[in-house]
Design a protein around this ligand. Sequence first.
Ligand code: G6P
Ligand code: MG
Length: 214
Amino acid sequence: MIRAVIFDLDGVIVTTDEFHYQGWQRLADEEGIFFDRKINERLRGVSRLESLEIILEKAGRNYSKEEKTGMAERKNNYYRSLLHTLAPDDVFPGVKRMLKELKDTGIKIAIGSSSKNTPFILQKIGLEKTFDAVSDGNQIKRSKPDPEVFLLAASKLQIPPDQCLVVEDADAGVEAAINAGMKCLAVGSACVNPKAHLRANNLSEVSVEQIRNM
Ligand code: G6P
Ligand code: MG
């Protein structure tokens, strides 16, 4: 029986995955590096610096550590300026209903995100007090597919991993959930991932009853 649900943030709770894409596309264009939405799929769930390394696979030269730090910072500034437009309406369909129903049923809810911008985003969408625990990029050393971010969330909730369900839009996140010994519901971009235990386009297609009995 599932006693806790750990939600990824970008691309699961809120549409910020598109802003990540726009920030990286702007940086890549400025640097003259080829980048498109297909490459962007590989960045889902992956930390900022590891995302930059993936983008630099298409670069014509090597970049120093200082240059890389500067580029990651620049992308984050572009991203943060897009985040300023974020509002409670930008949460995905079915999210608020699902969070309320889980709470009403006594199932714990947490965030498990690689993003260091998690606290800011939760505040912008008015969900900063909603979750029983938040585990994010500021608290972990290894990003998905490593299970660290989800195991930290489970330990904060004091629920064993095999009673946790992860909701993910990233293939790296589905992998991380499985590595943590948790069940996984794949949505959005990951909705065809065969490794997930359940798949849906978004949370409005899933009932709490389905989750409980996974
Ligand atoms: C999430 C997103 C990734 C992003 C990472 C780090 O996992 O899916 O696309 O690179 O967080 O985000 P940050 O806000 O710290 O740059
Ligand atoms: Mg995501």
